[in-house]
Design a protein around this ligand. Structure first.
Ligand code: FES
Ligand code: MG
Length: 578
């Protein structure tokens, strides 16, 4: 062990637990003796926590148990003490009522676990949609040096329809089924084959978007994020991450707020736009920025989006799965292509700047990672719209929508909740035609914990006639794997009295993407009359976490964090004598 002894440039955080010749020091060391650590180990080595969201119920994160072992190997090789701690796993498709409220719960668990335990650095292991932002938010507030590693994309094994990703493929085939173009038998075959391996969704959905964003933020090892979950090259990155974490633990640097500055967020948003990434990432980045005091706004997303073309030919906006993006050069090659649009002096956890990382990167396949002047689609992959229907803004992923709807005027058809849509969308009595604007309300952060219902289903009779896109507006979110002309995250939401609550069937709604405008064409006096008559829905959550959630959740344009979780503690140690 002596050759592995780390020269510490400062007194370690864990020293407060282990390097004292008093009763608490005795208790802490003797406790961990039961886990195999000697007095000398605990006196000399830095401690790295591995926060793991592995669970049997979350196949997206199923390989994290093995990856944690590889991270431990790296930590031991570099002379550190690895201590793995299991945290809540949020399994996107299984957890009810929706995954969204649990992001903040896991963020709290991560933050308090880091602060309460003797970790000098932490490795964050997430994968499925909410586990990634939750770990980042918690670690950002805890302030201890951290590195992130995702589980990696799954490798879909579909026998139906070619290169079909887990979820985008599902949406596409559900559409074909509803339009009568796919047999029930083929659909059943798809169900049996689509989820072939561990790993998160393999298109540029929320999980892949968050994973690549972590690289652009500088929190993951360059080149690591798109390696498939089952690919052994992920093992190599996990060991390297473990070794690097010991160096960061020993130096107490860089801390999250030394990485997560305005440059890092600009770089992340630029990459998000270039890959046609998930609108959910907008919410997560706004929340993360709030933790580190970066004044990020929705307007910044729109400003950056205007100058960034879609260069990654990856689903749902393009053709391929993320594995092709990795073999085309991965995130370093994407960033190299985006070089003129980036802050090259932004730092990364591997000790280099973004500029140094991309210096050795190479684009291997220009069909998958396109040059800036030959993009998959020109600029504006996402837009932020405002108007009297969304005074604080709403977002739209324009790269995955039919451009015919970018300037649209049509009558509203209003649904009060997701159940009514499921029950009535095919009802011919509603008189929906392709010009109608489908509205879903009471699905915002307070109203229904923001489910991914923003891609409202289209009526069967229109699908049978070949209609594949319509304007849809909601205060809900949309899966990063989905597509369509969906205006999402309308803020303020209907359940707290936002203007969306006042829309009536037949009201004319106007969307003008070029002008970034979303207008409810009803006279102000009439809207005021409706506002006076409006009654807030009663909250069903009188106790427990959901009660805390509904009292403190912020609106979408602020990232849906809890108001009391913004910011970070100056002091990384817990209070009290120890
Ligand atoms: Fe877990 Fe898509 S369901 S990443
Ligand atoms: Mg999702």
């Amino acid at each position: 062990m002596s050759e592995n002894k780390i020269e510490h440039s400062r007194s370690l955080r864990s020293a407060r637990w282990f390097r004292k010749d008093d009763l608490p020091g005795f208790v802490h060391r003797s406790t961990l003796a039961a886990a195999g650590w000697s007095r000398e180990d605990l006196m000399e080595r830095p401690v790295v926590g591995i926060l793991n969201t592995w669970s049997d119920i979350n196949p997206c994160n199923l390989n994290l148990r093995d990856l944690a072992e590889e991270v431990k190997t790296g930590i031991l090789e570099a002379g550190g003490i690895p201590l793995e701690a299991p945290l809540m796993s949020i399994s996107e498709n299984i957890i009810k009522p929706t995954s969204f409220p649990f992001r903040n719960l896991l963020a709290m668990e991560a933050e308090e676990s880091i602060r309460a335990y003797p970790f000098d650095a932490v490795v964050l292991l997430g994968g499925c949609d909410k586990t990634q932002p939750a770990l980042l938010m918690g670690a950002a507030s805890a302030g201890v040096p951290c590195l992130f590693m995702a589980s990696g994309p799954a490798t879909p094994r579909s026998s139906t329809g070619g290169d079909l990703a887990n979820a985008t493929g599902v949406w596409r085939l559900v559409d074909e089924l509803r339009a009568g173009e796919l047999s029930e038998g083929d659909f059943a075959a798809f169900e049996r084959s689509v989820m072939g391996t561990a790993g998160h969704c393999a298109e540029m959905g929320t999980a892949s978007s968050m994973a690549v964003i972590c690289e652009a933020l500088g929190l993951s090892l360059p080149g690591s994020s798109l390696v498939p979950a089952v690919d052994r090259r992920r093992t190599r990155f996990a060991r390297e991450l473990g070794r690097r974490s010991v160096r960061m633990a020993a130096e107490g640097s860089p801390r999250p707020n030394e990485i997560l500055d305005e440059r890092a967020f600009d770089n992340a948003i630029t990459l998000l736009c270039a890959v046609g990434g998930s609108t959910n990432v907008i919410i997560h980045l706004l929340a993360l920025a709030g933790r580190v005091g970066v004044p990020l706004t929705l307007e910044r997303f729109d400003e950056i989006a205007r100058r960034v073309p879609l260069i990654a030919n990856v689903q749902p906006a393009g053709e391929h799965l993320t594995e092709r993006l990795m073999t085309a050069g991965g995130v370093p090659a994407l960033l190299k292509t985006l070089k003129p649009l980036l802050h090259l002096d932004a730092r990364t956890v591997d000790g280099r700047t973004i500029g140094e990382v991309i210096a050795t990167a190479e684009v291997i396949d220009e069909d998958v990672i396109r040059p800036l002047d030959k993009p998959v689609k020109p600029g504006g992959t996402l837009v932020v719209v405002k108007g009297n229907l969304a005074p604080d803004g709403a977002v739209m992923k324009t790269c995955a929508a039919d451009p015919k709807l970018f300037s649209h005027r049509g009558p509203a058809v209003v649904f009060e909740d997701v159940q009514t849509i499921a029950d009535r969308i095919d009802d011919p009595e509603l008189g929906i035609d392709e010009n109608s604007v489908l509205i879903l309300r009471n699905a915002g952060p307070v109203g229904a914990a923001m489910p991914e219902w923003g891609m409202l289903p289209l009526p069967r009779h229109l699908m049978e006639r070949g209609v594949r896109d319509m304007l849809r507006i909601s205060d809900a979110r949309m899966s990063g794997t989905a597509y369509g002309a969906a205006v999402l995250h309308v803020s303020p939401e209907a359940a707290i009295g936002g203007p969306l609550a006042l829309v009536q069937d037949g009201d004319i709604i106007e969307l003008d993407v070029a002008e970034r405008r979303l207008q409810l064409c009803v006279e102000p006096e009439e809207l005021e009359r409706r506002r006076q008559a409006w009654q807030p829905p009663l909250s069903r959550h009188v106790r427990g976490y959901r009660n805390l959630y509904s009292q403190h959740i912020e609106q979408a344009h602020r990232g849906c964090d809890f108001d009391f979780l913004r910011g970070a503690n100056e002091e990384t140690l817990p209070e009290g004598l120890f």
